[in-house]
Design a binder for this molecule. Structure first.
Ligand code: OAD
Length: 250
């Protein structure tokens, strides 16, 4: 990446009033949380697409819960990294600022971001398959030998409060990100392979309606070439550098 690409992106960020940040698993990689599609993305030989589906849960809820318990334990042991922290630092500097994250780990909140839309749900919450009640998961469920969690209200099985392949987004969630994209004059996407389309469509909608679009990823994805700037590298290095430069230009 040439320094002029970073400079152009920093200039665009420095002049922006409304910002949307779209994040994916790569933003939490430096916190020690495995991404879905890179090295280490498999769990017990399964891909995310084989576990994160209503069919997989119906066939084998124990296995799906074991996967989420494993992921949740890692999330609970993880801390926000410089990428999360820079994003949280930026927020008060703009008139409007939203983080629309595909991540379910809660690290943006932990880092201090406030206006967050969790597009794919939250690993620390469950939803009842019977009555639909959403609540925080109790710590007891994390034990390897814990029974399948049941609803305290109706006794039916709980499931992770996460959007699975083949499911629709929770009402209002995508609409909120879409509205933020439309209002934004700067959209930054970081740490996503762009394999799941709705969050990418939101970012591209922002670009179509006038925003400067930046992609932060060490690899090239289908989004990178469409972005106005592709900042090649790790989010934990790029985001602090981008924000430091943008702040100095404001
Ligand atoms: P992926 O695992 O598909 O992609 C992670 C991306 O992060 C890759 O493009 C990597 O190159 C990039 N990456 C790795 N390390 C990075 C770093 N330090 N800084 C920046 N980028 C880095 O993850 P997502 O695109 O988030 O859905 O996956 C999208 C959805 O698919 C997930 O939300 C999940 C999954 O199935 C659900 O759970 C519903």
């Amino acid at each position: 990446m040439s320094s002029s690409v970073l400079e152009r992106a920093a200039l665009a960020l420095s002049g922006a009033r409304t910002v949307l940040i779209v994040t994916g698993a790569g933003v939490s990689a430096e916190s020690g949380i495995p991404t879905f599609r890179g090295a280490g993305g498999l769990w017990e030989g399964f891909r995310a697409e084989e576990l994160a589906t209503p069919g997989a849960f119906a066939d084998n809820p124990e296995r799906v819960w074991r996967w989420y318990r494993w992921r949740r334990r890692i999330c609970l042991q993880s801390e926000p990294n410089p990428a999360h922290l820079s994003i949280a630092e930026m927020e008060p500097a703009f008139d409007a600022f939203q983080v629309a994250t595909q991540n379910v780990d809660g690290l943006h909140r932990q880092a201090g971001s406030r206006n967050i839309v969790e597009l794919h749900g939250c690993i620390h919450r469950s939803r009842c398959t019977g009555c639909g009640e959403v609540r925080d998961l109790p710590d007891e469920i994390d034990a390897d030998d814990a029974p399948l969690p049941a609803c305290r209200r109706c006794g039916k099985m709980l499931r992770p409060h996460i959007v699975w392949f083949g499911e629709t987004y929770q009402p209002g969630v995508l609409e909120s990100a879409q509205a933020a994209a439309e209002a934004a004059d700067f959209v930054l996407v970081a740490g996503t392979s762009a394999s799941v389309w709705p969050p990418i469509a939101v970012a591209l909608h922002g670009q179509r309606t006038g925003a400067y679009l930046v992609d932060v990823n060490p690899d090239t994805t289908s989004l990178s070439d469409r972005a106005d700037a592709h900042l090649t590298g790790a989010a934990g290095a790029i985001l602090p550098a981008l924000w430091e430069r943008a702040r100095s230009l404001r």
